[in-house]
Design a protein around this ligand. Sequence first.
Ligand code: FMN
Length: 208
Amino acid sequence: MTASSSLQNALPRFITDRRSVRAFSQKAVPETLLDACVSAACLAPAPHHSRPWRWVTLGKKGRSDLAQGMAASWRQDLTADAVEAKEIDRLCHASISRITAAPAAVLGCLVREGLDTYPDNRRQQAEWNMALLSLGAGVENLLLTATAHGLSGCWIAAPVFCPDAARQALRLDAALTPQALILLGYPHHAYTPPERPPIPLALYRLQR
Ligand SMILES: Cc1cc2nc3c(=O)[nH]c(=O)nc-3n(C[C@H](O)[C@H](O)[C@H](O)COP(=O)(O)O)c2cc1C
C-alpha cells in the first residue's frame, strides 16, 4: 500500500462521498430529510454559542422567485460589464433553469443574533466574518447529512453577489442576509462529477 493510498483510506467515507452534483432526478425530497439537513446545519460550530443563521427551505415558487430575482440582478451586473445581450440571456436562462430544476433547495442566511458588538469597524467586521465561517460549517454539515441519506447537493454562490435581490425575491425579513444557496435532490443517474485532483499535502499542509 502506498503512502497516498493509506492516507486515502484514512479519510472517512462520509467525507469522500460528498460531491457537488449539478443534475438531479425528479424524485421529491421528503420534508423529514430537509428537517434532518437543517438540523445538522444548526449543529455547526458557531462563535460564542451563537446561532447566527437561518435556513430557508424553498418550495417550487420560492425556487422560482429566487432564481428570477437573482438573475435580474446578475443581468444588471453583466450589462454593466458590457457582456453581449445574447450571452446575458443565455447565462441568465441557464441560471434560472438550474435552480428551478432542483427538487429542493435551502437558502442559508446570516443574522446578527448572538454576535458581539464592538465600537470599531475592524472587530465588528471580524465578528461578522466569524458568523460567515460558521455558516460555511453549517452548509457542510447540511451537505454531509444529505449525502448520508442518498441525496446530493450543490452549493451555489449567487446570493453572496446579490443578497438584497435574494431577500426581496423571497420577501425575507431585513435582518436576514442571504449567503449560500444549496440545491438538493437525488442525483441524476447520468451525472458523474469530475475527477478530483490529487491533494499534494506538501502544498496545503504548512508547518512552523
Ligand atoms: C462558497 C462556494 C460557492 C460555490 N458556488 C458554486 C456555484 O455557484 N456553482 C457551482 O456549480 N458550484 C459551486 N460551488 C461548488 C464547487 O464548485 C465545488 O465544491 C468544487 O468544485 C469541488 O467539487 P466537489 O464539491 O464535488 O468536491 C461552490 C462551492 C463553494 C464552497
